[in-house]
Design a binder for this molecule. Sequence first.
Ligand code: SF4
Ligand code: SF4
Length: 91
Amino acid sequence: MSRPSDNIDIIKNCSRCSRCRDVCPAGIDVPGMIEIYSLYKANESNETERMKILSAASVTEDCIECSTCTSCCPEKIAVMNMIRELAMHQI
Ligand code: SF4
Ligand code: SF4
């Protein structure tokens, strides 16, 4: 399993094919969360902005950790880890 700090690679490697969104049983717009995750990482030193960004990712709390998104990804990206990282920062 990749560490959360490795998840930044997701942003670079995602081809936006949307397969992960189509298969998610929780109905999470996973590619949309990748965009949010990118903003989240880009604002590492701005906690106020980060809180705003995270509020748009509250749907990640619905993730049931089934790993289907990671399994179907043609780019072999550990998508679920990114979703879990966003979910862990929800308050
Ligand atoms: S691990 Fe979470 S985000 Fe991925 S398909 Fe399952 S419910 Fe959806
Ligand atoms: S399946 Fe992989 S490559 Fe396709 S949108 Fe999801 S994360 Fe990106």
